[in-house]
Every structure is written in structure tokens, then in C-alpha cells.
Write a protein that binds this ligand. Sequence first.
Ligand code: 16G
Ligand code: MG
Length: 548
Amino acid sequence: MPPSSLRVVYAFAREMHPKTSDVFIQYGTAGFRTKANLLEHVVYRMGLLAVIRSRVKNGRTIGMMITASHNLEPDNGVKLVDPDGEMLEQSWEEIATRLANVSDNDLESTTEQIIKQVNADMSLKASVFIGMDTRYTSPRLAAAASNGVIALKGTPREFGIVTTPILHYCVKCRNDNTYGIPTEEGYYEKIVGAFKTIRQKLPVFGEYNTTLYVDGANGVGGKKLNIIRKSLDGELDLQLFNLGGNGGKLNLNCGADFVKVSQKQPVGVEHVPYQRVASLDGDGDRLVYYYLDDKENMHLLDGDRIATLLASYIAELLKGAEAGDLNMGLVQTAYANGASTRYITEELKVPVTCVKTGVKHLHHAALSYDIGVYFEANGHGTVIYSDKAKKTIAKIAHDGEPEQRKSAQLLLNLIDMTNETVGDAISDLFLVETVLCARGLHARQWRAAYADLPCRQLKVTVQDRNAIATTDAERRCTAPEGLQAAVDALAGKYASGRAFVRPSGTEDIVRVYAEADSQLAADKLAAEVAQAVYELAGGVGERPQLPA
Ligand code: 16G
Ligand code: MG
């Protein structure tokens, strides 16, 4: 494409998606995320970048997802999905940030520079899949994304309202047709189809019951489960709450993030003692479970629990299949409860890697195992299987002894049920339900595997959150001076005390995490560390209070 045709890039910007704000915006852990009214020009420009990226990848399809996940309704965001359905390559984050922040007048020349820098052949075809969540600002932003794609003569395809993981899945399938059919229906066929197949083989027994309550966070995940529910033929009795009607607000006092962070039950869900409830986030890529006991105490089953449940079942099947040469590992972040890490290494005897927050880091680390199980404590995660693992399991399923074959075939069904591109609440929900059913477990028994250390998370507002620098997978901080020593001294006062501090990648705040052997101790430790952050890292606003 001759540079002169880049003029249309400017024309679209000026006429339809002008930059109206000078606030600097950064491509963070999960793309750009801020107030929706500051995003239109950013999303338009990401449409441009998606086309350039598609051409650099020889015309393979790139994804764009319009969502702000678990944030409240006024926010929105955009992230790019690479051809294999994974997050945008990290080296492009800086390019995305640059393109998002230049003035409209410099947009044409910056676009040209980027095309040169990444060596994109602009004569190639380009294809971009666009999805959005249920926010009322999403359609407008999706249109801006399409215009960006069109401005550089790429081909946009709009998927409408889909979960983030469905979009990732479709991108992957479009570029690798052995993975599945790149449509929402193709996704249901594969994932729900595998669930139904496995249910035929595993009769319901023991303490497992087929009723599952679901908190849909008033977002897209619950809506999709409502479609799936009708095709489940009674294998699973989904009772859905927070589907977005009846004045329910997206992620407000409900959803996976609310449940995990506040450790409170969501609004809008009917409560029956000991009934297990699955809570999704707004864009359907996180899942946590919980139940209330007869005194209304909440018992949370978070991403750590899901990881251990899945890993132990996969290990059992691998043993049954006698696929001993396949190694499995688990990837967590600093937020993983210390008790879970101990259980995985000492009881399950599965190796654990700890990495920085953000799916791209977990996914990357999980690739180093034949079978990598990765989960953040917040409920974002999946299982990925190497080609070697898939081939070995398929071979045993075909040629093995009868008992080996049975286990290997179950593993193949599990692989089909898994969205390997990214953490997926719907796929994870079916995986969890499969393991609970296979083992005849009640949620209480699932929870009995180990006892969580009580924990607390807090936020602190500071002048510049980047003043906090971390190392060792965010478990220690190297700046500002004296902060780590203060954290060490505070944590040392409590039995099983552990705490860390990190700048958020999605909000302009610093996060504090603490755990200890009692809830009161964890609450105190978190508050004391928050005070240390406030004092040593330039806190603004009210000083954090100690618990009464
Ligand atoms: C994003 C990340 C999530 C991470 C969270 C941390 C992806 C797809 N999502 O939502 O994995 O846990 O950010 O947020 O990577 P924070 O940096 O604000 O704590
Ligand atoms: Mg999400």
C-alpha cells in the first residue's frame, strides 16, 4: 500500500474518532482499560494496529476484544489477541501505547513509522475478529474498531456479544482448523459436547448433586450459559442468577472478583445452605465457587482450589493411562494461598512455578510442561497440553490395554472440554463439574483437601504507583527504599505471616496482600503493610486504618 493511502487513517480519525483527551494511556496487563468515554480513539487506533499485526503474521487473523472484564459499567477496554489465541506479544505493548497516545495530526506519520519498524507487507490481506461484552458503550467502540480495520483495508468480522474466551477460541480456530470451528456454535459443540460425552461415562454418585447455582455477574458469561443450559439434557441443572435483567448492574456487588476480594456472597443469588455456587466475572474468563454453611458463613473455592482439583484428577488419569513419561506442572502467582502451594508440592507432588500477575506470564510458564495447569487465585486459568502430550494420550487411547484406554479416553474428553487459549469460566465450570462428579464429591469435601490460610487484600492510593518496583515474581519489592524491610518486619510478627506489595496493572493504585494464621492477624498485617506503603511510597488521601 503506498503511503499516500494512509491519508484515510487521518480522515477517519478526524471525522469519526478524534482524540479528545490528553490523558496518557498505557497498554497494561490486559490491554487498555479506563472510562469508556476516553476510549473511542484508542480502539480505532487498535483497529489499525490489528491490521498491521495481521500482516506481520502473514495475514493470519488477529482478535480484538472490547471489555473491561470485572470493572464496573462506566469503564471499558480493548485488548488484542494473537493468532494462536494468546495475549498480544509483549514487545508490541509499547507500540500499542505509542499509537494510542499520538495526536491526530501525528497519527498518519506514526502509523507509517510503525509499519516500517515491524516490517509489515501492506499488500497482504488482513483479517480481524472483533468481540464485545455487554456494556452499553461496547457497540460504539466495536464500530470504532471496525473502522480502524477498514481504514487500513483489512477485513473486520464482528462477533457481537461474546465472552472474552469465546473470541480467543474463534481466533485460534480460524488460524488452525484442527482446533475447532471458529464460531460461537462451534465453541459450544466442542466444549459442551465433550462434557456431555464424559457424563455418559461417569454416572452421578456419592455426594455429588447435579444442581449448580451460577452468579453471572450481570455480564456475558451468564447469558451464554443460559443458551447452553437448554442443551444440557439434565446432565447439569443450572440455576442462573444475575443475568443482567431486573436492574442488576454489571459486576456491582456480584461476580467472581467481588466474591474473591470481599469474601462476601454476591447480591441477587438465592441462598440455600451448602448449595455450591459458581461465580463468573463480567466477560466470562474468571470462575470461583463458594457455598454458605447453615450459619451463612461463606466458604470460598477459588482459583487455587480449581487448579488443585483439576491437577489431581489429571494426575490420576495419567497414572491410569500409564503415561508416566508426561510431566505435569502447576503455575501460580504470589496471590496463591500458601496452604495451596504446600498442598500441591507436598501432597500432590506436582512441581509449582510462581510468576508475575497476568495471564500472559502464567501461560508462558505453563508451556514448559507437557501438561501445564495455570490458575490465578482470582479464578483465571486453564490447562494446556503440549503436542507431545496430546499424541501420547491419543496413542494410548487407541492402542493401550483396556484400563489404560479408559483413562486416556477420559483425558481426551477433558482436552476437548478445555479452552487452551486462555482462562475460560464456562470451560472451567464444566471441568470442575466433571471432576466433582467423577469423584462423587460435595463442595465441602472438595474444600477439605487443605485449609486456606486466612488472607486479606487492600488497595492504597499513592502519588505514583510506579515508584514501587518488584522482583522475585512480585513477592518482594526493590523500591522505594525501606519498604521491603518494613514488610518483612511486619510479616515476621505473625505466625504464618506473609505479605507483598505490587502496583496494579489495571488501576492507578498499589495492592497489598497479606495472609496469616487467623483472619484478624491477616487483616492487621494487611493494614499495617498498607500504612507502610502509605508512608514510604507517597500515599495520598486518607491514611489506611487498622482494624478495630
Ligand atoms: C488482568 C489480568 C489478570 C490479572 C489482573 C490483575 C489478563 C487477561 N487479565 O485482569 O490476569 O489478575 O489483571 O490486575 O491478563 P491488577 O494488576 O490490577 O491487580
Ligand atoms: Mg475477566
